[in-house]
Design a protein around this ligand. Sequence first.
Ligand code: CP
Ligand code: NVA
Length: 308
Amino acid sequence: MLKPNKLANNNFLSSLDLSTDEVFHILDLANNFKNKKISVDLKNKVLGLIFEKSSTRTRVSFQVAMSRLGGTTIDLDPTTSQIGRGEPIKDTARVLSRYCDAIAIRTFDHSNLEEYAKWSTKPVINALTDLEHPCQALADFLTIHEEFLDFKDVVLTFIGDGNNVANSLILCGALLGVEVRIACPRGYEPNSLVVKKAYEIYKNKDLLKITNDPNTAVCGANVLYTDVWSSMGQEDKKEEKDKIFSGFSIDNDLVSKAEKEAIILHCLPAYRSKEITDEVFESKRNRIFDQAENRLHAQQALLSCLLI
Ligand code: CP
Ligand code: NVA
C-alpha cells in the first residue's frame, strides 16, 4: 500500500514548496484516497483554520479531510478572535503552534502568510492569498490527470484574470511539464515573478504562453479553465473589470475552437454570463464538480504528508 512521504519543506505556501516528485506523489496519494486504497491515521492531530476571506470549498474540504483522517479542525473566525482586533501575526502564530499541529490560512497579502510561517513552529498551508492558491492547483491537476491519464499531451488554457489561481496553475504546470496558456486582457497578466520562475523550471520554454488573445489560446487546448474576473478584495473594481474582460468569457464560440473533447474547469464560485456562460458551465464537458470534490482528496494527501 502506498504510504505518505514526508515533504522536504515544512510549509505549503506556494506550489514551489513542492518538487516535481512530491507533486506526483501527492496526486498519486490523492487518487488512492479517492479510491479508498489507503488509510492514514492522524488521530488527535488538529488543523487550525484562519480565513480572513470567505470560503466554502476550501474550508469544508479541509474540515472533512481532517475528519476522514481521524483528526479535527478549529475554525478561527478573525472577527471573533483577537486576530481581527490586530493581535500581531507573530504572536498568534507562536500561540497557535502550541495548540495546533498545522495551520491553514486564507489571507490577502502573501507576506502575511509568510509572516505566519516565519513564526509558526508547525506547518503552515496556503488556503489562498492574493498571489497564489496552490491547494486548488493540486485538485485541478488531479482532475486533469483523471481525464487524460497522463499530462504528456495536455494543453491547459486559462482565460481571464492573471490572478492567484492562474499563478498557481502556471507554477504547478511548470513542475509537471504541462503546457499552460494564459489569455488575459492587457494589464491583467499573471505575476511577473511567477512567470519568470516558471520559465526557469520548464525544460521546454515553449510550454508557457501568456497572450491577450483568447481565440488563439484555445486552439488545440484540451482543458479550458476560468475563474472570476474580480477576486475577493477587488469588489470596488468589479464594474470596471466587467467591461475590460467582456471578450474573455468562455462561451460556445470559444469552446468550438478548442479540441473536440476539451473539458471545462472552474475553481468556483462562478458568475454565469461573466467569465463563463450558463450553457458552457452546464455542458457535458464540465468537470467542475469533480474538480471541487478533488479538493478533498488532494488535501487529504497533502495533510498526510505534512503531518506524518
Ligand atoms: N475554489 C475555492 O477556493 O473555493 P472557496 O472560495 O469556496 O474556498
Ligand atoms: N481568484 C478568486 C478565487 C476564489 C476561489 C479569488 O481570489 O477570489
